[in-house]
Design a protein around this ligand. Structure first.
Ligand SMILES: [Zn+2]
Length: 259
């Protein structure tokens, strides 16, 4: 019996296994890849054409190129770069890709000023003592400015790139032009700096160091959880976390309150 099974495996079972693997939905084949450059996360979305989400800060361009090539993506084949927001550690490498490869870059309208000048704004509030201490080291870091190819102020679909996802503006929370990318099928979301992963506990959520408006951030997070049904969050810094971790950290009594 054992021998017969073995003999049958290659001609009969193996093709079945292979065809099942090929028929897997796209998300099962690592549709979202992540590179942590040490200062921020960069994500690659694999649809019919690859899309990069964020570019980290200046000086990480070669690292991103090498990572893309390792994943089998030539940088010139990127369909687009989506910038979650105009802070230097997310938008800082975009000018390089824009000028070297002509990659289209999409940004939220509210962050146009930062992107066209390469400067961070003054209106960011530290959210903790540690963040207040870090601020002088982070807030003034300039980057190469660039002209984006697409400026959005309302939701757009990525279906044309074979991704069941939407780019959703989140204005006035972390920054005026912040964007999220939300998958319609798996309910995963790339959220830039709306919330960060924990520095110390894998799978936990924590408050990002700076926000334009901390309460608006809470409201936007509440809506992602309750209106959009997001179940897994991929932040701009540190590790991913699920909706339970977000609820536990920000809404432990299950309620949102203004003030
Ligand atoms: Zn930021």
């Amino acid at each position: 019996m054992k021998h017969t099974l073995k003999k049958l495996f290659l001609p009969l079972v193996l093709p079945l296994v292979l065809s099942a693997a090929l028929a897997l939905p796209a998300q099962a084949r690592n549709r979202i890849e992540k590179l942590d450059t040490g200062i921020a996360n960069v994500y690659l979305l694999s649809g019919r054409q690859p899309i990069l989400v964020d570019t980290s800060g200046p000086g990480h361009e070669a690292e991103i190129e090498a990572w893309l090539q390792k994943l089998g993506v030539q940088p010139q084949d990127l369909a687009m770069i989506i910038i979650t927001h105009g802070h230097f550690d997310h938008a800082g490498g975009a000018a390089y890709f824009r000028s070297k490869y002509g990659t289209p870059v999409l940004v939220g309208r509210g962050d146009l000023g930062m992107i066209q000048t390469g400067k961070m704004p003054e209106n960011i509030e530290p959210t903790s003592f540690l963040a207040g201490f870090l601020r002088p080291f982070l807030a003034g870091t300039p980057f190469e400015p660039f002209e984006p190819t697409q400026i959005i102020d309302q939701e757009i679909s990525l279906n044309a790139y074979d991704l069941p996802a939407r780019v959703v503006p989140m204005p006035g929370g972390h920054t005026e032009g912040s964007l999220a990318v939300i998958f319609e099928d798996t309910h995963e979301a790339l959220i830039g700096d709306l919330v960060r992963g924990s520095l110390v506990s894998a799978g936990q959520a924590d408050e990002h160091f700076f926000h334009q408006n901390r309460l608006e951030v809470r409201w936007q997070l509440w809506n992602l959880l309750k209106q959009r049904g997001v179940t897994l969050f991929h932040p701009g810094h540190f590790g991913s976390f699920n909706s339970d971790a977000a609820m536990q950290r920000f809404f432990p009594d299950g309620k949102f309150q203004w003030g």
